[in-house]
Each structure stands twice: as structure tokens, then as C-alpha cells.
Design a protein around this ligand. Structure first.
Ligand code: MRU
Length: 344
């Protein structure tokens, strides 16, 4: 049994000649896998959100490069150029999660090192990216759970579990590890407009037999006011060197509310989510998705006076963060030091 097979919930499965992707748009009602047979299929799966979550996007893209090599190596003398064109296409699938660009860079380096038959080396690189992510998540689970020892309740946002990663999860991995150690009330925000919290986190936790209470995003302040939660625990799509964190829209609002209510704020992400090339969060490109994700059809007509603004990530400034948990260690009060630079 490989490390990949041990996970209860699996977003991504490499079959040997295709990438099986759990269609997250259809959860929790339907568990349906789609086969990606080439890099275009993988890019489309990322664009259309069959696969989502920063680490899972990076891992899927890595397997997309494997599929590209498999397709072009046998067929063309110009296979390297074709694979590089596929890598460029995969890089355009989503802009904010840096794990995508990190994984593609790893694959590019590996590709440049292949001399005779590239298939074995390129697949080994993708599998390593996948398995390293699972191992990092387990490590972060333990480190994050150490911070929650006296916590009675936590609130999480979006979906950061096995569905969003290679397996186990980042923020949700911490919650899984902590729940195994102690009683813990887990709250999940529904995470509009795509409902990752209501559809995915609630489903994933119930698969793990962890009770969860769902709240409307707008109930978070009132929940904090009751004293029911000690920590907000979230993932990240990109962390800049100073410790600013891009994550699902609504994360910044939770951090502001947490400050007001003396609730601690934990960000959990692997080192692959750190963007060393950027010093501050205002340099991160924030994805805006189509207004149809928010608007009822009747407002989508051309002469409609109703439009929608749909940024799907925001940036939480480091000053609002109590702890950043990575597999390399925990940075407490990152604003007081040098952000995450000490982990490099
Ligand atoms: O738009 P999504 O669903 O890809 O956004 C996912 C998130 O924002 C997650 O919280 C983040 O990727 C961390 S996942 C481990």
C-alpha cells in the first residue's frame, strides 16, 4: 500500500497511465472521478475546479507534465518544446496558489536533467511531490495540534483537507490531529460563493467521524462573541517572506474579527506555499472569477443593472496572525520577527 492509498478521501489518484480526479463540484451528493489523459485535461480540471486547493493544484499539474511527456515523447522529435508549451498552459490555469508554479518549476528542472528516456524520472518527480506533501501535512498536523492543547473550539474556513492537498490536509490536518488527542468543537464557515466549507469540509470531517457545526460566514463574529472558539485555523494559497497570507476570500475578515475578540489565528501551510520572491502580500495576484458564481441567471442578461465583484482570495496582513505552522517549524507572532524568513 502506498502512502497515497492510505488516505480515506483522495482527490487525486495516479493510475499508471492517467490522473483520476475526484470531481469536487459534485460533492457531497455524488462521488464521481474523471480521468485526465493529457495536460489539457488537467488544466481544464484545475480551471473548472474539479480539483482545487493550493497543494492539490500543484500536484495535479505535476502529473499533467507526466501525461504531457507520455504523449509527446513517443510521437515527436520536438517533444521537449511540446512539453514546455504544456507547462506554460498549465501555469495559466489559476493565478494565486504559488504551489502550482513551484511544482511546475520542479518538473521543469527534472525535465532538463533527463537524457535518454525521460518517463521514469519525470514520474518519480511527480510522485515525490505528492508523497512529500502528505508527509508535510502529517508533520504540520502534529505541530499545529501542539498549539491547540488547551483549546475547546476552533473555526476553520474553506476546505484545507485531503481534498485540497495530496492527503490529510493542512489546517484540517491540524484539526484532525488535535481531535485525536482531545475533545474539540469544530466549526466550519460555509465559504461563499463556492461553499467549500459547507460542501467539502463538512463532508470530509464526517467521513473522518469528526463532528462539525456549520455556520453562515456572516455568523463568525457572533460565534466568537459567545466565547465558543479559541482559535481560527486556516490554510494558505501563498505566504510572502514577511508573513502576509493570501487565502480564500473571507480569511482576512476572520482575522480582523479574531483580533477584536481575542481569538488566536493560525495559518497552516507547507513550505511549497511560501513565495520567497515576494516580500509583501500586496504583490500577490488575486484571482477574480466570473460573476455568474454569485449572480442569479436573471441578472446575467446584457442590459442588467446588477453586476457582481468576485475576488476569490484576500490577503491577511502578518500583524493579525498568531502562528504560521509549516512542516519545517512554527513561527509564533511572525510580525514581531522577520516573517517566515527564519524557516528558509
Ligand atoms: O479556490 P480554492 O478552493 O482552490 O481555494 C482553496 C483555499 O483557499 C484553501 O484554503 C487553500 O488553498 C489552502 S488548501 C490546503
Amino acid at each position: 500500500m502506498t502512502k497515497q492509498q492510505k488516505e480515506t478521501v483522495q482527490a487525486l489518484q495516479w493510475t499508471g497511465d492517467a490522473l483520476k480526479v475526484l470531481d469536487q463540484r459534485r460533492l457531497p451528493e455524488h462521488i464521481v472521478y474523471d480521468n485526465c489523459n493529457d495536460a489539457h485535461d488537467v488544466a481544464n480540471a484545475i480551471i473548472s475546479m474539479l480539483v482545487r486547493g493550493a497543494p492539490a493544484i500543484g500536484i495535479a499539474a505535476a502529473y499533467g507534465v507526466v501525461l504531457s511527456v507520455r504523449k509527446h515523447y513517443a510521437q515527436s522529435n520536438h517533444w521537449r518544446q511540446k512539453v514546455v508549451a504544456d507547462i506554460d498552459m498549465l501555469a495559466k490555469s489559476r493565478p494565486t496558489a504559488v504551489n502550482l508554479f513551484w511544482a511546475l518549476d520542479q518538473m521543469k528542472v527534472t525535465l532538463s536533467q533527463q537524457t535518454i528516456n525521460p518517463l521514469v524520472g519525470i514520474l518519480a518527480c511527480a510522485v515525490k511531490i505528492h508523497e512529500d506533501d502528505i508527509a508535510a501535512n502529517h508533520k504540520m498536523g502534529e505541530l499545529g495540534a501542539d498549539l491547540l492543547t488547551s483549546a475547546k473550539g476552533v473555526l476553520t474556513h474553506c476546505n484545507t483537507g485531503a481534498l485540497a492537498t495530496g492527503g490529510y490536509g493542512t489546517a484540517l490536518g491540524v484539526i484532525r490531529s488535535a481531535y485525536r488527542r482531545q475533545a474539540l468543537d469544530v466549526y466550519a464557515g460555509e465559504t461563499r460563493p463556492w461553499l467549500q466549507g459547507a460542501r467539502l469540509t463538512a463532508w470530509e470531517l464526517s467521513q473522518e467521524k469528526i463532528p462539525v457545526t456549520l455556520i453562515a460566514d456572516s455568523a463568525a463574529a457572533w460565534l466568537m462573541k459567545t466565547g465558543a472558539i479559541d482559535w481560527v485555523v486556516v490554510g494558505a494559497d501563498r505566504i510572502t517572506a514577511n508573513g502576509d497570507v493570501a487565502n480564500k476570500i473571507g480569511t482576512y475578515a476572520l482575522a480582523v474579527l479574531a483580533k477584536q475578540h481575542d481569538v488566536k489565528f493560525m495559518v497552516v501551510a507547507p513550505m511549497t506555499t511560501v513565495d520567497w520572491g515576494i516580500n509583501k502580500g500586496n504583490q500577490i495576484k488575486i484571482e477574480e472569477r466570473h460573476q455568474k458564481e454569485l449572480l442569479p441567471d436573471c441578472y446575467l442578461e446584457e442590459d442588467s443593472l446588477v453586476s457582481a465583484w468576485n475576488p476569490v482570495f484576500d490577503v491577511t496582513p502578518v500583524e493579525l496572525i498568531t502562528a504560521i505552522v509549516t512542516e519545517r517549524g512554527v513561527v509564533l507572532n511572525p510580525a514581531a520577527g522577520q516573517g517566515v524568513r527564519g524557516l528558509k
